[in-house]
Design a protein around this ligand. Structure first.
Ligand code: B1M
Length: 213
């Protein structure tokens, strides 16, 4: 197998044996984010496909998630850091009912490496918790992640609850079940402020930078 195929296969197989030396090798060829977005994501897509076909069980997908997390943790110190002044404070959460957090945590890494102060509220965050954290932290924006189809709907509810609480800072949304169209036609009308869709973590950074300019 080529290096790229091996990297994808660690994720698919859910094994860490040989992972770190191959990540070291990959860093000689690619910047760290490209290692994640390329071979490792390719592995994760395959996991999603196999899971969908009932060829993997949840316990196996969890092992794949562990490999992805270990890889991101290894690569993180090698990522480019922009030590500029704090550009803004962002509350980050995976919405109520959803445990997926690899994408959200990647967003945290990218944004915090680029001048944003991130308050990561974790997973399964109900609107009430978000509202309370908003009052305590006074962030400039709120970032919501969700991967399940029902999470897209949960974002609509969350936007409604934030609006009712009088909150109107920009909301950044992302995650596999979401689209730009859904964001525009379903979430935005329920909110008083901007609602912006990010297709991945770098897109999220671009949007945050536009907002802070
Ligand atoms: Co789950 N899962 N899962 N899962 N899982 C999916 C999402 C699924 C598509 C798999 C499938 O069936 N093909 C499917 C959803 C189906 C649907 O609703 N349409 C699914 C399911 C069904 C489930 C369970 C219901 C399974 C079960 O229990 N029967 C269950 C749900 C539990 C719950 O949430 N209540 C479940 C559980 C799990 C595990 C715990 C085993 C594990 C998660 C571990 C963890 O996160 N700690 C898991 C995993 C790993 C996946 C897949 C395979 C991979 C997700 C991932 O981490 N991708 C996934 C299939 C897939 O997506 N291909 C799947 C890598 C990550 C970097 O990408 O999170 O998409 P992603 O983030 C991207 C962008 O989306 C974006 O940026 C990132 C890239 O830069 N982004 C943002 C994300 N959030 C953003 C926020 C932003 C901006 C950008 O701004 C705020």
């Amino acid at each position: 197998l080529s290096l790229e195929e091996r990297l994808a296969s660690y994720v698919v197989e859910g094994t860490k044996e040989g992972l770190i030396p191959d990540l070291e090798e990959a860093l000689k060829k690619y910047p760290p984010l490209q290692v994640i977005n390329g071979p490792l994501m390719k592995g994760m897509e395959e996991v999603g496909r196999l899971f969908n076909n009932n060829e993997l069980i949840v316990a196996e997908v969890l092992q794949s998630a562990e490999v992805m997390k270990a890889s991101v943790a290894y690569l993180e110190p090698f990522m480019e850091k922009n030590e500029s002044a704090v550009k803004g404070k962002i509350l980050l959460a995976t919405v109520k009912g959803d445990v997926h957090d690899i994408g959200k945590n990647l967003v945290e890494i990218i944004l915090s490496n680029n001048g944003y102060q991130i308050v990561n509220l974790g997973i399964k965050v109900p609107p009430e918790q978000l509202i309370q954290a908003f009052r305590e932290e006074k962030p400039d924006a709120i970032g919501l992640s969700g991967l399940l189809v029902k999470s897209a709907q949960q974002m609509v509810v969350t936007a409604q609850d934030l609006k009712t609480a009088g909150i109107d800072v920009p909301i950044l949304v992302g995650g596999a079940a979401l689209t730009r169209k859904f964001t525009k036609t379903r979430i935005l009308p329920e909110y008083d402020g901007l609602v912006l869709y990010a297709k991945d973590a770098m897109d999220g950074l671009d949007i945050a930078n536009k907002l802070s300019d």
